[in-house]
Design a protein around this ligand. Sequence first.
Ligand code: FEO
Ligand code: CA
Ligand code: CA
Ligand code: CA
Length: 601
Amino acid sequence: DARAGESKSAFTFEEVEVGIDETHHVAAGYDADVLLRWGDGIFADSPEFDPLNQTPESQAKQFGYNNDYVGYIPIDGSSEHGLLVVNHEYTNEHLMFPGIVKVVKDDKGDAKIEIAPADQKRVDIEMAAHGGTVVEIKKTDGKWQVVKDGKLNRRITANTEMQLSGPVAGHDRVKTNADSSGKKVFGMINNCSGGVTPWGTYVSGEENIHGYFTGKLPEGSKEAANYKRMGIPEGVYDWGNFHDRFDLSKDPNEANRFGWVVEIDVNDPNSIPKKRTAMGRFKHEGADSIVAKDGRVVFYLGDDERFDYVYKFVTTGKFNPDDRAANMNLLDDGTLYVAKFDVDGTINWLPVVFGQGPLTEANGFASQADVLIETRRAGDLLGATKMDRPEDIGPNGVNGKVYVMLTNNTKRKDDQVDAVNPRAKNAFGHIVEIAEEDGNFAATKGKWEILLKCGDPSVADVGASFSTDTTKNGWFGMPDNCAVDAEGRLWVSTDGNSPKDTGRTDGIWAVDTDGPARGTSKLFFRVPVGAEMCGPLMLPDMATFMVAVQHPGDGGEDWKPFGRPSYYEDLSTRWPDFKDNMPVRPSVLAITKKGGGKIGV
Ligand code: FEO
Ligand code: CA
Ligand code: CA
Ligand code: CA
């Protein structure tokens, strides 16, 4: 066999060449078909997408903006018919709305963009473009289609009625002008990654909630330190000018009702989503889970901020595979733990529980509700390890390990380096592998090691640790989302590979974790200019790989030379439609092998 000894990798696809251009690229022999674009109708009566005449009402019946997490809940166990669940993390006004962008020169003569102030209608469209989508999809003759009259199809927005559930529900600190019960909340915002529970519900993490609040807390407010720790208010969006609840001066407690994991029962399109407060309040990335040996369910949770923490939540009750209803409140009762990574390779999971250790009245906590509202401060007091921006965390049921994506942290100084965050000015991030004690995901102790230090291995100063079999296409930086497929193989998607610096885009890399190829990585898919790579999700039969292309055509401060700040000013890509009258559109793609079959093998 001519190939013997040539590749020890678990992946046999032909690697994509890195580069940057107006469209996406997938490995040879695969199709990547657009399944859902921003503005596509997801109901039988959804209006056609009309970018020049957007309304909040039409947006609420169409696929939302900036698809991030993608999950799949099979119907009757099928990998060809099920419910797709998708987070709509945030909106990019300059790419969505015509005529609102001006290019101006700054002091140094460099071009930058200015966006016109919002009006009520624009804000209401933005709010309807946030949240999530639940939509029935079906594969026929090898191609996926949306079932527009699916009875379970649903849009969740920043206005959907939700319930605060668990220890914080009804607490004084979550009562507002509109809600004296402290239980009734409207909307979820900035939902980044998420998960699907073993009992078939959709869980979704509220991440950068600070950007939606404006105004000043009343003088002497007891929430001042709490909000400061969460970066509230940042005021990226103008919602507070049109909806008082986002103005801290008018409704000082509203921000305590965001920053949670939301659970959505997809089997009932009228169910009230529940904010599961037992899982803590922080900038939640994902919520991937796995059933431990004894039947308890373990959720791995990242808090995406420089120097913040890795958490896990272990349910008190056990998963009942024979009775879905019996599992529906498992997430209200359990133990939240925060991770301490020791220099000897031990990880200790410290309980974030009122009355234990420093989490007492002496430190300003009167109950578990207080501890959960200020989860970050509890982690500070417990001495948890300050990480380089924890993003997705993927438990692997095949090899028993857990993979933690740490995206980057350029602010870590030399004297802040530690064993598990070993690089100062960590521009490219790294991946940590955890092995829980005795293979028990519910254990309070385990071992950790670094799987990969990311970045260009040909630049010695970067200190990357990809295997020498990794090509110039195979290395990556800024790991963000991850997927573990049915055979236990790891796929990593990235956020932030800069066009200016590298001539590369974000994409999906297949990473060997076991055997002689451990630490080898290969590029499978890359995004159009300006986009971020989200998803990814391998369906159970491994014949479909769903990926989410977020904010194509965006460039932020780096929009030169490829991008333009608005599609009315000659944006350099019009992905995925490439039509003059269509803006760029964040989209979910379904990747299949030509002729069918398992992906990556
Ligand atoms: Fe929305 Fe942490 O990425
Ligand atoms: Ca994102
Ligand atoms: Ca993310
Ligand atoms: Ca990210």
